[in-house]
Design a protein around this ligand. Structure first.
Ligand code: FMN
Length: 221
């Protein structure tokens, strides 16, 4: 018998994974960067799939939210780094309104991490270095990008990439001026963890502006 959508969804589990280490907020480090690294190390050790993929949320000119996955490239005192094409919708959105959120959920560990705050471009040299370290086909794809425009035919994409590969073979040092490395410098970072008793522990780090001192609070689940 066919199951209706609501029943199908109701039968799926949530928070079925759990982190083997209890979330002891009393010994949480002073900065969210340190706690993020501890959690990421555990996620890598426990083979969480692609723990460095985060959802980047932005708003457009009409204040309509938008969101998509990006790869996390680094975490420093400047913030959480990712790279995008400025000609894409998200690039335009960040140009207009340079604030964003980054979110990830690791089902194997029943852990969620949320950040929000201003987004700042890193130096031009850093963006060039990020572009240059990429494999040739990836650089060609970035150079060919007309991201999120209507693609009339898949053939057009391959033709555009081949064209850029040809350019790169003649000029290997070619870079895309539209490829920009950003850091989201969070004002708030929240770490959320479920345990086997379905207790949810939430720890939020918060700071004002560029103040490096983080205030830490537990939150009601
Ligand atoms: C797992 C995953 C990782 C991605 N990483 C990036 C990334 O690092 N940078 C990027 O520009 N797009 C990345 N994308 C593609 C974006 O999610 C999105 O489809 C594309 O950038 C167009 O977004 P926009 O129309 O909102 O600008 C990734 C997609 C997936 C599924």
């Amino acid at each position: 018998m066919l199951m209706d959508m609501k029943t199908k969804l109701a039968q799926l589990q949530v928070f079925s994974g759990y982190a083997p280490t209890p979330f002891d907020t009393a010994v949480a480090p002073g900065t969210p960067q340190e706690l993020f690294e501890q959690w990421l190390d555990q996620a890598i050790a426990l083979q969480v799939m692609e723990p460095h993929v985060m959802t980047l949320s932005t708003v457009d000119r009409e204040n309509m939210p938008d969101a998509r996955a990006v790869v996390l490239l680094d975490v420093t005192t400047q913030g959480w780094h990712f790279a995008i094409n400025m000609r894409s919708p998200k690039g335009q959105q960040l140009d207009h309104h340079p604030y964003a959120a980054l979110t990830c959920y690791w089902p194997e560990l029943a852990q969620q991490i949320r950040l929000r705050g201003p987004v700042v471009p890193l130096s031009a040299d850093a963006s060039i270095a990020d572009f240059s370290r990429r494999p040739e086909r990836s650089r060609a794809a970035i150079l060919a990008a007309r991201q999120s425009e209507i693609l009339e035919s898949p053939r057009d994409l391959e033709t555009a990439i081949q064209g850029q590969l040809y350019r790169l073979s003649a000029e290997p040092g070619l870079i895309s001026p539209h490829w920009v490395l950003f850091a989201l410098a969070p004002r708030e970072v929240e770490f959320w963890q479920a345990d086997s008793n379905r207790h949810f522990t939430r720890l939020r780090y918060r700071r004002d502006g560029d103040d490096q001192r983080w205030e830490r609070n537990l939150l009601w689940p």
